[in-house]
Design a protein around this ligand. Structure first.
Ligand SMILES: [Zn+2]
Length: 348
């Protein structure tokens, strides 16, 4: 497979169908999963258990009644139906971050993109250590970096489909030596390819700052770095503003989760959509232009409309009208959904 050069990629974006003019990307969800497996690897050979349905919807939706079947979505047909719904609501591009450890399906996503007309941009690299392949434990920084560069320039997971950004690179609590090697490799790959880097921080308020300090110490570019899951991680204004001051792009990507209950960290109160918008408002009012993106991070079937959830159209159908009612200007909405994603997805 031909290897694209940095010069061929610079100034363009890369979807699963190939290089595109970034001007075509339009309204973009920056963090989703369409075809994924987020079951812990240790239970993947077991019976997937109860299917999500109406009678267990609250338990499946909140993960208070977890079932492996709910955490696994391998169907191209299901993904196509879900993306078509988002497109009908005004979504034009979806960033799909099912990477190493989450059963990425590049060829499946090509079929979804062709069937729906949605631009799909894939991430690359490896998720948190608990999900990584056993052989990763002995791999070097240079080996991971070379793999990510090839995933952007050549193709990934045995296919000819290339990545359009790096991540979501995973961090557990505590941040493990293996994860630090993958992060350092991602920084090398970012410098070599000009791609943006998106990061899954640990569920601990100082994790994003710890990662940004690590990146700054290695000469990384915060303006081309996205810190995911701010909604479940940062609750204190001082911590939020200090993070914003690094120049990183802040991602509120759990839109649609309207419950304060967050089973992965019972010590926090998860904000609802209105709370997310209030936090975003504070960051915009402090002058952090071009530092906010949003998404749903759907990775359970109960969150999809086919199983009674809010689905990938929720932001366009429900959150945009809410933003307008809450006084967000059209320019601000355009910046969050179109301009900032386009800047990030354009290879430097
Ligand atoms: Zn994710």
């Amino acid at each position: 497979m031909a290897r694209l050069t940095r010069d061929e990629m610079r100034g363009k974006a890369q979807t699963v169908l190939g290089l595109v003019d970034p001007a075509v990307l339009g309204s973009t969800l920056m963090h989703e999963h369409l075809i994924w497996d987020i079951r812990p690897p240790t239970i993947r050979d077991r019976d997937p258990g109860v299917e999500p349905g109406l009678a267990n919807h609250w338990g499946m939706s909140s993960s208070t009644a977890a079932s492996p079947a709910n955490a696994w979505q391998p169907s191209v047909e299901v993904a196509t139906e879900a993306v078509a719904e988002a497109v009908a609501a005004g979504c034009e591009t979806i960033v799909e971050l099912s990477i190493g450890g989450l059963s990425p399906d590049p060829d499946g996503l090509v079929r979804v993109a062709r069937a729906t007309g949605c631009h799909i941009v894939m991430g690359c690299g490896h998720y948190v250590e608990d999900y990584q392949f056993p052989e990763n434990h002995t791999r070097s920084i240079d080996d991971f970096a070379a793999e990510m560069v090839a995933q952007v320039q050549e193709g990934m997971w045995g296919t000819q489909v290339r990545a359009g950004l790096i991540g979501e690179i995973g961090c557990q609590d505590a941040w493990t030596p293996l994860e630090r090697r993958v992060m350092e490799a991602a920084l090398i790959a970012q410098q070599e390819t000009g791609a943006a880097l998106t990061i899954h921080p640990a569920r601990r308020q100082d994790s994003p700052q710890e990662v940004m300090d690590f990146i700054a110490a290695r000469g990384g570019d915060p303006s081309r770095t996205i810190m995911d899951h701010i909604d479940r991680t940062v609750f204190d204004d001082d911590a939020l503003f200090r993070l914003a001051d690094t120049g990183v792009v802040l991602e509120w990507d759990l839109f649609g989760q309207e419950s304060s209950l967050y089973v992965h960290n019972l010590d926090i109160d998860m904000p609802n959509d209105a709370g997310r918008l209030r936090a975003i408002r504070k960051v915009l009012d402090r002058g952090h232009k071009g530092q906010v993106v949003i998404s749903h991070d759907i990775c359970h079937r109960a969150h999809m409309t086919r199983w009674g959830g809010w689905g990938y159209a929720h932001i366009h159908r429900t959150v945009l009208p809410l933003m307008r009612r809450r006084g967000f200007s059209e320019a601000e909405i355009q910046e969050i959904l179109v301009d900032t994603p386009r800047r990030l997805l354009t290879f430097a």
